[in-house]
Design a protein around this ligand. Structure first.
Ligand code: DGI
Ligand code: FE
Ligand code: FE
Length: 192
């Protein structure tokens, strides 16, 4: 399949605004990949695919997850907002036949992050925050951080997510804390 084929497939799975978001994330991922030395074509593909199942019915999402042999933790199970990242990775693996682990992980961890993220995983995680149509409070800070360094951007994005979720009294995935602690400790060590 060509990039155009993937775009057409993604367009058929979601409404126009989310398709626009997906295209913007792919574009931003290409920009960040060039800037930080990640693989540009993988970044573009992971970007267009990252929300592949965001508008897919939950029972269908669960079928992809089961088919891929993924076992959800109790927190993942009860936090439905996290399903699309996991089912998205499962979908592109079992239905599209994508085997590239780095692309699969970039989709799976695009919402929570995790400890030990690859360059590509970070690029997709950040591109999802800084894509052209984003306009949440703090997007300027996030864009500045993304232009400074990957670490600054990861720290900004993860602290934003943790602050936002705790403010709303929602459960926070352990992967998000591990990812946050890893970059926060890097920063602390540099300050010493
Ligand atoms: O799919 P997008 O809208 O482009 O962005 P996303 O994949 O980052 O999803 C964001 C949503 O997921 C947002 O409503 C916050 C929520 N979320 C992210 N991490 C967690 C979470 N919700 C809970 N409860 N726990 C998390 O760890
Ligand atoms: Fe998402
Ligand atoms: Fe997204």
């Amino acid at each position: 399949m060509t990039m155009k084929d993937y775009e057409t497939l993604i367009a058929s799975r979601m409404r126009q605004p989310r398709f626009k978001h997906s295209k913007n994330v792919a574009k931003e991922a290409v920009r960040l990949a060039k800037k930080y030395g990640a693989d540009v074509s993988r970044a573009e593909l992971a970007g267009i695919l990252h929300d592949a199942t965001k508008e897919t019915p939950e029972d269908e999402q669960m079928r992809y997850i089961e088919k891929a042999g993924i076992i959800l933790t109790p927190l993942e199970c009860s936090t439905h907002k996290l399903w699309h990242a996991i089912s998205g990775a499962a979908f592109v693996q079992v239905e599209l036949g994508i085997t590239d682990e780095d692309i699969l992980n970039s989709i799976r961890y695009h919402t929570t992050g995790r400890e030990g993220m690859s360059l590509l995983e970070k690029v997709i995680f950040i591109a999802d925050f800084t894509s052209a149509e984003r306009d949440y409070d703090g997007v300027d800070r996030m864009r500045k951080a993304a232009d400074k360094s990957l670490e600054d951007a990861m720290l900004e994005g993860l602290s934003f997510t943790i602050a936002d979720l705790s403010q709303r009294k929602l459960a926070i995935a352990p992967d998000t804390f591990s990812a946050y602690n890893e970059v926060a400790m890097l920063k602390t060590n540099k300050k010493k």
